[in-house]
Structure formats: C-alpha cells, structure tokens
Design a protein around this ligand. Sequence first.
Ligand SMILES: Nc1nc2c(c(=O)[nH]1)N[C@H]1C(S)=C(S)[C@@H](COP(=O)(O)O)O[C@H]1N2
Ligand SMILES: [Mo]
Length: 265
Amino acid sequence: MDPACARPGGPPVRAHHGRTAAQPLTERDITLTCVSNEVGGPYAGNARWLGLDLRTLLRQAGVQRDAGLLLSRSADGWSATTPLETVLDGRDALLAVAMNGQPLSPEHGFPARLIVPGLYGYASATKWVTDLELVANATGLSYWTTRGWAERAPIKTASRIEVPKPFATVPAGRSVIAGTAWAQHRGIAAVEVSVDDGPWQQAQLAATPGPDTWRQWKLPWQATPGQHRLQVRAVDAGGALQTSRRAPTFPDGATGWHSVLVTVI
Ligand SMILES: Nc1nc2c(c(=O)[nH]1)N[C@H]1C(S)=C(S)[C@@H](COP(=O)(O)O)O[C@H]1N2
Ligand SMILES: [Mo]
C-alpha cells in the first residue's frame, strides 16, 4: 500500500462545526502532489483553493510556539502530521472550504480540508478534517508515517512531458514539446528539454501566480522522421537543478528526469 490519491469508496462526512471565524477568506492557486507520483506520473493537480488562513487560525487559537507538529484527524479515520514551522512560516496554508469556485466536493474533502503549499498530500492535505492538535512527535499518530513514509515531506522538483505522449506518432515538421513543472513553494525558474541526448534547450514558461503553482512550458520542435527520445528537467527558483538520480516514491517522493520515446513520420 502507498499513499495513492484515488481511494475507493466514499468517506463519511461528519465534521464538527464550531462558530465561523470572523476572518476574511483567502483564495490561492496551489498545486497538490501525491508522494506516490512516479516520474512523469499523473498525481499532481492544480486548483484554486478558498479557505481560512491556517496560521491566523492557529494564532487566534493561542498557538505561540513554532516547533512540533500539527496533527490533523479526519472523518475517515485518517490522520497526518505537518511540521508546525512549515504551517507558520508565512506560506498560504489554508483550512480550505472551496475549490475552483465551488464548495469542496465530498471527494475532495467537504466540508473542510487542509492545504499546505510545498508538502506532499499525505503530510498536509487532510480532507474531511475533524480536529487539529499540536503534538511533539508523530509516533503512532500519522497514517502514512506510521507505515514508514517520511515525517518531513517537501515536494521535490519535478517536470513532465505531456505533449507528445509516450510512443506517440508525430507528423514531421513544425511541432511542439510541452508539459508542466513544479517545485512548490520554491518555484520554477527554468525548464530545459533535450532531444536524442542533444544540447539542453530552454523551454518557454507560462506566467504563474507564484511559487506554489506549477508552471506550464513549451518548446517549438522541428520534428524529423525517425525515432526520438525527448527528455525534460527543471531548475527551481533557488537555482537548484532537478536531480537525474532515479529514486522510488518510498519513502519521500520519486526523483529522476522524465523522458518519452516518439516516432516521427
Ligand atoms: N482524510 C483523508 N485525507 C487525505 C487522504 C486520505 O486518505 N484521507 N489522502 C491524502 C493524500 S495521500 C493525498 S495525495 C491528497 C489527495 O487529495 P485529493 O483527493 O483532493 O486529490 O489527500 C490527502 N488527504
Ligand atoms: Mo498521496
């Protein structure tokens, strides 16, 4: 078992409602990523989240210290621990109530869920939240860390080729290679593409609202007949190159450069 995004069956929806906090809501575009995402995999997605600022909420609740973990429990019996310093460092951590302009759907955590930019979902994105508690350590408390997944879960820099698809047949001539890249809360500074192990070429980057959102990229490509291998890598906004080292998803996220093979005719 691993922290897959899709879970069978519907969750019981039974969160406890206190009074509504007299606090403005924040709306942010934030890309979630599952730690089970393989290189080139589909378990990353971007959405517009509306919610209460979690730091303000915790400060209002009297949380003064920055050390330790925020334990979040949920209506399906699941739990997560999130480093408190991450929640409180000024990033847009939210107790979200809406996604893409709609109340959260049951599937995505109605009535409320946590969103902490920069951390994999298993350590931050608790759906159907029932209660929050401060704890000193995660031992025996967090669903996936109890099963050996890492306690610290920063999202690793990743880039993905989405066009063309693996093993696609591409017409020769003017073409385009495109995809997304993400390094949540650091941001993406550059994306580079190599064709047939040739020189790395700078892809064009789409505008992004900030470092918590993935970046779409594209590179015009003059496709010549034959088989080609396309490879992508990203540089985060701190200047760090995405590592080529292949690592599995366990225990803290996969790494390696994504490549696809295509046939041009
Ligand atoms: N209550 C609850 N919250 C959860 C989970 C879960 O199983 N139960 N899975 C987590 C994991 S591993 C991920 S990657 C994200 C996925 O969020 P999504 O279903 O909205 O895509 O939710 C997180 N929150
Ligand atoms: Mo996940």
